[in-house]
Design a protein around this ligand. Sequence first.
Ligand code: HEM
Length: 182
Amino acid sequence: MVGLVAAICENDQINSYFAHGCMERTNFMVNYVFRMPYTEATMLEVLRKGSIVPLGLFHKSINEFEYKGFTIPNDIIFLSNTYAVHHDPEYWEKPYEFRPQRFITATGEFRKDERVIPFSVGKKSCPGEKLAMIQFFLFLTGLLQKFEFTLNPNEPVPCLDMKAGFVIPPPPHKLILKDRRN
Ligand code: HEM
């Protein structure tokens, strides 16, 4: 969440979108997400750029099988490199930049992308995906509706580059929260 906010702080468009577009609503509901394309795009971009579970979980083959010309032997442990999928320079324009607009069409609608796979894919993908997305939307909109987030000008801009690990947490850093009602 802190990493998300840090990325959002650098993007004035998001702060002003919430300042001007969402103040009249008192409580966000889950189904509002379909009416908020820029918010949905921001969530997807956070999951792409953040890639918080970069390699998924360990899986083991129980039979030898062929995949795209490769023979995968029996009894092999393998990991899916979702971080690489999310940062493939041959697919993404400027993959290391935080750009929610990559998921917005020319007519302003949200555009899903099958290359964003933070919960992995297939039968063993994350069973918590729906719950996670609901919580993500409610926390994000609830916080951004009530507070304006900025980076602390007296602190260095936090580095959100990948650090190897099972999950990629954001580095510790300080933010300034201003109540939007004042
Ligand atoms: C943004 C939040 C989350 C992300 C990015 C995420 C991502 C993942 C990924 C990549 C896997 C591995 C899939 C694979 O084996 O290839 C996984 C597994 C799993 N996740 Fe999540 N997850 C999130 C939230 C949650 C939540 C909220 C729950 C439960 C309430 C949950 C429960 C699980 C469980 C139980 C597994 C293991 C499934 C199995 O191996 O059978 N996750 N998650």
